[in-house]
Design a binder for this molecule. Sequence first.
Ligand code: UDP
Length: 414
Amino acid sequence: MLQQVATSHVHLKDYYGFLDEESVMELERLSTRLSGLKVAHLNATSMGGGVAEILRSLVPLMNGLGVQTDWYCINADTDFFQVTKNIHNSLQGGDWQFDGHAHDVFLGRNRRVAQEIEALDVDLWVVHDPQPCPVSAGLQSFRQAIWHCHLDSSTPNRAVWNYFQRYLVGYDRLVFCLPEYVNGSVPQERVRFIRPAIDPLTPKNQPLPVSEARQILAGLGIDPSRPLITQVARFDRWKDPLGVIDAYRLAKQEVPTLQLALVGVMEAQDDPEANVVFEQVQRHTGADLDIHLFSDPRHVQQREVNAFQTASTVVLQKSLREGFGLTVAEAMWKGSPVIGGNCGGIRVQIEDGHNGFLVATPEECARRIVQLIQDGEVRERIRANAKESVRKRYLMPRLLKDYLQLIEEVVLGG
Ligand code: UDP
């Protein structure tokens, strides 16, 4: 059930260009304090989605700093991931009821994961999201553990949250992105807040000349001479792909040459619903040849995502719920104007009208698309502010520091 994900070591000095002197000193202090400690991250999938994206960079950096860190994910069946996707949806506010079967599947698989964990020599576990959360229940060797919830649980299905929170008692710290995600009788003294970050050194986030990005898009069937709006996101109902298509259709009435790309490569084993949403999207697309759908990982990898985020006229992330939304930071980092759904983690990244736009409906979204396409001055102002706000707040070294400080607090008492 437990599968180790291969990772490497990355040295902090590669990131010096993104760090001030004080942060370098603090990271070196932390690495000395934590040397000899064995940390392991546990999540649901090694590919697809924001958590895997973060761990792929964070784990090698922790190792590079001398904090021995492993990464495990759960190798489970579709039955398990169907149940956990329902839990995920209902913690974000969806309508669903836990029944006996779901309980047995959820707990049964996690018990097996727990048995495998018992055999491992780890001092501190960092468990991500609901899927593996119950492993904490009743484990002897699970001495110290952090649960990091990446969801937007601001308006959860109450019954499911009440069921779920019994599994939180086994954790020393409970990490959320925002205060409004903390519900029910969660022990407040154990709650901490950490915002995610993007890695400026991955092929996805390194600078890519616009001309090269346009060539890559042309190779994928996009006409680089016409305006393009793009949403990079898993095919998931909370990402509102149907609302994006509606917004595109409205905007196209004013900008007839407009093209839309929906980029949602299906890699995440914990998201069995993606196919269903993709089919809905295909039906909603109809015969419109200016809507381009991408779901095949052979066609779109990191460099192609970079090209979409670099060369699109406007990037959308029209989510209805969003724990944080790495895609927003990724596009803003490339200086692209982003229109985001006015919810959760998008709201903290975008200051409406300053470094992007926040919208609640397809109509509002369409108005902003047209404005950004037609008004070069607004576009340029948003571009500069967007890049700067990510540089200040949402790059990986800051997340590394937040994590190590939290681990120090748990293991050594701060
Ligand atoms: N992503 C990708 N290819 C895709 C769709 C998404 O590489 O076709 C990446 C995206 O660039 C981001 C992550 O998957 O790094 C999604 O993270 P986010 O926090 O936006 O959303 P989540 O999927 O975790 O809900």
